[in-house]
Design a binder for this molecule. Structure first.
Ligand code: KIV
Length: 297
């Protein structure tokens, strides 16, 4: 088993991991118990992703979630975390409209306990990134498949599949780096493209579905735990547990026990003092006899 570095994870810790050639472990979490278990397992970084729209709220994509819902998820995760580095994901329309909106909403996540925020896009959001960084907020960029731009990307498609597309991602990465982003997340692209992008940037580069040549791996916790109730199953997901199936089996077994009168059993019932129990039984029997007498013709 590899040792988990102790102490609060900061941007400096993440850079030190990269300098030592160690890979950073990055997962999503949206609720208190998942964050507690991730922290206990020694995960380095947690993304309170806007994927909560799909994983937690059953929406078809991430466009419908806003700051109000994201704040509830973020508050729950931050309450659980003392070591891991927490990144709050800025939802659609929380940073696009203006620098002022970006700083206010990113600042709100920091007030809730996040160490950094993430926003999607390259050169087109560089101005917003600069504004947030100027306000003292650490920002992670997000390139490749950016789910908040499903229309322009024509759906969930692998990105960076040509030399031209790879060069565009590098350009966007440079724009984010120049704007002060401390890290960039690459989503859904060939491993060679991600390596090409990383080698041309100085910032930390993490990947989700972007192969092994990056500074750390992000997964959506529902995907590896087997708790995603939707239909999308990207090829880069490896299941480490089948908790959804276990939950369903537990509910089914419970339902069978309830319907068959097997739950609750004596061991799941509170006991009375034996004298009081005898008296209550007696009283119940009298009530029963009284009711039968009333019903008799
Ligand atoms: O919201 C999220 O979980 C994300 C990942 C898909 C990268 O942004």
């Amino acid at each position: 088993m590899t040792a988990v570095p102790s102490g609060k994870v900061t941007v400096a810790t993440l850079r030190a991991l990269k300098a030592r050639g160690e890979r950073t472990v990055f997962v999503t979490a949206y609720d208190y118990p998942t964050a507690v278990f991730a922290e206990r397992a020694g995960v380095d970084m947690i993304l309170v992703g806007d994927s909560a729209a799909m994983t937690m709220m059953g929406m078809p994509n991430t466009l419908g979630i806003g700051m109000e819902e994201m704040s509830v998820f973020t508050r729950s995760v931050c309450r659980a975390i003392s070591r891991a580095f927490v990144v709050g994901d800025l939802p659609f329309l929380s940073y696009q409209p203006s620098d002022e909106a970006a700083v206010r909403n990113a600042g709100h996540f920091v007030q809730l306990g996040c160490d950094a925020v993430k926003c999607e896009g390259g050169a087109r959001v560089a101005r917003r990134v600069r504004a947030m960084v100027s306000a003292g907020i650490s920002v992670m960029g997000h390139l490749g498949l950016t789910p908040q731009s499903l229309g322009p990307l024509s759906g969930y498609r692998v990105q960076g599949k040509s030399r031209f597309a790879a060069d565009q991602i590098v350009e966007d990465g440079r724009a984010l780096e120049d704007a002060g982003a401390f890290a960039i997340l690459l989503e859904a692209m060939p491993a060679e493209t991600a390596a090409y992008v990383r080698e041309q940037l100085d910032v930390l580069v993490y990947g989700i579905g972007a192969g092994p040549h990056v500074d750390g791996q992000l997964v959506i916790s529902h995907d590896i735990l087997g708790t995603f109730a939707g239909e999308i199953a990207p090829r880069f997901v490896r299941p480490y547990a089948r908790i959804g199936a276990d939950i369903q089996a537990a509910f089914r077994a419970y339902a069978e026990d309830v319907r068959a009168g097997r739950f609750p059993g004596p061991q799941e019932c509170y006991a009375l003092d034996p004298t009081d129990e005898a008296e209550i039984r007696e009283a119940r029997a009298r009530l029963c006899r009284g009711r039968s007498a009333e019903r008799a013709p």
